[in-house]
Each structure stands twice: as C-alpha cells, then as structure tokens.
Design a protein around this ligand. Structure first.
Ligand SMILES: [Zn+2]
Length: 259
C-alpha cells in the first residue's frame, strides 16, 4: 500500500457505518482528500481526536481505492475552542464550506490553506470579531480564486476611484461603479467601506484579519460581499443561512452548543 505524508485540516466529517468517520481533509499540495478514520466515532477511538472538525494535523496515510486511511498522526492545532461558541461556529462553518467549494483538487492550495489557518487562529482569539473574520475570508478567497473585485476604477466608465461618497459595489458586474454611472440618488458606500474591502483583498495574509471597522461600515459591506461570494460559488452557501439565523437571534434564545 502506498503511503503519503501530508498536513491537513478536517473541513468535513460524517459518520460512516457503526464506528468510522469519513473525512474531507484540506491539504496544501493535493486539495481536499477523502480520509477514512477507523473507529473515530467512539470518543476513545485511536483516531477520534484528529477527526474533529477544524483539527489541523500532520498525517501518515495509507492509500486505498476510495479513501486514504490514517496510519499515524500528530495534531498541530486542534482549534478546539471553535466548537463551543455558536457565533464562532456559525462563521467558521462558512469558511469550511467555502474551502470545500473553492479548493482545487490535485493542485497547489497553499494560499487557501494559509488563509483558512490564519482565519481559524483569528477566530480563537478572545477579542475575535467572527463576523468580520468571515467577511474578510470571503472576499479574500474570491480574490485569490480569480474573482478579484474591481476596487480601483469604475467598471463602466473607467474613472479612477477617488474616495468620494456615492460609489456602489455591483456584485453582478464585479466591483465598483461611480456615482455618475449609477445615476441614482441611492446612498452609496462610505469611503471607509471601500477601504475595508481593499484591505481584505490586498493585505498580507498574516495581517489580513487584524483590523476593525465601525458599525456603519459593517452594515455596508455585509450584503455586497455575501452576494458576490454566493454568485461566484454558483450554488447556495448553506452555512450562510445558519449564520444569518444567529445574527437575527436574540441573545437569550441562542442555543448552547456543548461538544
Ligand atoms: Zn463610471
């Protein structure tokens, strides 16, 4: 049996039969690979720990016909804390679902792996802003995946963005449209909203999650980034509905997740 050594993040896990778990593991070199974790359904199973969602491990895998099988592992980051807070879990789930959607099997996915790992780290911090981290992940992922939004010029007339009010983000067109071309009295984006989106796209990955914005800007960039992401994904983003439910929920009625 051929063996491989890879580092990867569990981005999906499903029960398989009585005792096992079927995993999707995102790797830098190979994209996502199907892994069967024997006995992982039981807490005491040898492979239970590295089979948890978000867990980042170094694996030695045996290659089978349909699956890779865990032979040895070493957990590098468990990201355990992400599973115990419903807000964080909601936004982290978006990041995993998009990682499944935008990873390219058999190719170099190192940029995506880095973006996801830095994002999961950011979510674990005590003062984390899960909403902003997920929004940042979405727009940066779009940009890295070949859907870089136009944030420097008007898509219709080519005018250079001048940091004035009234520009709009048109997801169907792929970026900014100037006030003259919009021809509407509808209020456009604040310059801070465009600056935030530019930062998400351009900042080095080590710093991309380290910024903050006002409540007004949060509201302004929410739908444009989400619509743009779903449009490019080309299918419904199921975990977004979960996050939106959490956003609309009263604090007192939120479920307690104890995993
Ligand atoms: Zn224009």
């Amino acid at each position: 049996m051929a063996q491989i050594k890879v580092k990867g993040i569990v981005i999906q896990q499903d029960p398989m039969g009585e005792k096992d778990k079927r995993l999707l593991v995102l790797t830098a070199d190979m994209g996502k690979i199907p892994v069967l974790a024997k006995g992982a359904k039981s807490q005491s199973g040898r492979f239970a720990a590295p089979s948890q969602l978000f867990c980042y491990s170094s694996f030695v895998l045996d290659r089978g016909k349909t699956f890779y099988y865990i032979k040895e592992y070493e957990i590098l980051e468990s990201f355990y804390g992400l599973r115990s807070n419903v807000d964080v879990l909601a936004y982290a789930s978006i990041m995993l679902e998009l990682s499944r959607g935008f990873s390219v099997d058999g190719e170099d996915n190192s940029e995506l792996v880095r973006l996801l790992l830095y994002g999961l780290h950011a979510l674990e911090q005590k003062d984390a802003d899960p909403y902003l981290i997920a929004q940042t992940f979405m727009l940066r992922l779009m940009s890295d995946s070949g859907f870089r939004p136009e944030l420097d010029h008007c898509l219709r007339c080519g005018r250079v963005y001048d940091q004035t009010e009234g520009w709009h983000f048109r997801e169907e067109e792929g970026g900014l449209v100037c006030p003259a071309c919009m021809g509407t009295t509808q209020r456009g984006l604040r310059p801070g909203a465009v600056a935030a989106m530019r930062y998400m796209v351009d900042a080095p990955v080590q710093k991309v999650y380290k910024f903050t914005i006002s409540d007004e800007i949060r509201q302004q960039i929410k739908q444009p980034i989400r619509s743009y992401t779903v449009m490019n994904l080309g299918m419904p983003l199921k975990s977004l509905a979960f996050a939106e439910n959490v956003e609309n929920m009263d604090l007192k009625t939120r479920p307690i997740i104890d995993n």
